[in-house]
Design a protein around this ligand. Structure first.
Ligand SMILES: NC(=O)c1ccc[n+]([C@@H]2O[C@H](COP(=O)([O-])OP(=O)(O)OC[C@H]3O[C@@H](n4cnc5c(N)ncnc54)[C@H](O)[C@@H]3O)[C@@H](O)[C@H]2O)c1
Length: 256
């Protein structure tokens, strides 16, 4: 039985959603499409991305699969152009794709550091930069997925923390800059979410797990749908005065 009445907040709207091959991005793409959005589903992983799109279309929604690497700025420009060229405009950008790698900070490699910054931080910036001129036309919205690690320090995650704190910086700077153009830019900070990211974590030798577990209160994760519910609200017209906000969805972890 359906738990709630599905509203239709995104009828006639178009969205670009990254990370749509799995986890939070997949749940968000499906949620926006279920509420009427035409969704350009973007991700590196082409096969699971195609599965997301076929689930959406089988349910009567509108979606296009667009395999891409968000750390490539030209690819970000092309993705936005594709959405605008296909549907005539852009209303919503959800920057959700991301990567997580644990390392002792004194052993972190240049390659890992750069990769985390390039994907989590630069990817978010590149897509936002490409989308903003179109969002100014539609008075649209951007939602960036940061993390509890964007608010507090987490052991063995210097690069991830830097990238996710940076995502909050981008969010606030752009929110101020584009407020008069009526483009809203917000960030959410999930705690533990049951996705492939948390299911297969590779810890380096010598990790002290009590330090890792400081970022967990209830010892249980939420679901991708719990996070997608919040994302959908922030980019909907129900949130018209919500701009530059950083909203936690973490069971209270960052509060303590
Ligand atoms: N799972 C958690 O507990 C948690 C907590 C806080 C924040 N987050 C953030 O939520 C976001 C979504 O993560 P998730 O939990 O759904 O994990 P996930 O691994 O299921 O999804 C991440 C997606 O990003 C894609 N991706 C990775 N690099 C990419 C690139 N260069 N270009 C395009 N796509 C790329 C992956 O293929 C994957 O489908 C991430 O930004 C993550 O940092 C997750």
């Amino acid at each position: 039985m359906q738990k709630f009445l599905v509203p239709n907040r995104f009828a006639e709207k178009t969205a670009v959603v990254t990370g749509a091959a799995g986890g939070i991005g997949e749940a968000t793409a499906k949620r926006l499409a279920a509420e009427g959005a035409s969704v350009l589903c973007c991700d590196l992983a082409d096969e699971p991305l195609a599965a997301t799109v076929s689930d959406i279309t089988a349910a009567g929604g509108v979606a296009v699969s667009h395999p891409m690497d968000i750390s490539d700025s030209a690819a970000c420009d092309a993705a936005v152009q594709l959405a605008v060229g296909t549907w005539g405009g852009l209303d919503v950008l959800c920057n959700i794709a991301g990567i997580l790698r644990f390392a002792h900070s004194h052993e972190e490699t240049d390659q890992n550091w750069q990769m985390m910054i390039n994907v989590n931080l630069s990817g978010t910036f590149y897509l936002s930069r490409a989308a903003l001129p179109h969002l100014m036309e539609t008075k649209g919205a951007i939602l960036n997925v940061s993390s509890t690690a964007g608010l507090i320090g987490q052991a063995y995650l210097s690069a991830y923390c830097a990238s996710k704190h940076g995502v909050i910086g981008i969010t606030k700077a752009m929110a101020v800059e584009y407020a008069r153009s009526r483009v809203r830019i917000n960030a959410i900070c999930p705690g533990g979410v049951d996705t492939s990211m948390t299911q297969k974590i590779d810890f380096p030798e010598g990790v002290e797990f009590d330090l890792v577990m400081r970022a967990s209160l209830a010892n249980e994760n939420c679901t991708p749908d719990d996070v997608a519910n919040l994302i959908a609200w922030t980019v909907s017209d129900e949130a018209t005065y919500v701009n530059g906000s950083v909203i936690s969805v973490d069971g209270g972890v960052a509060a303590g």
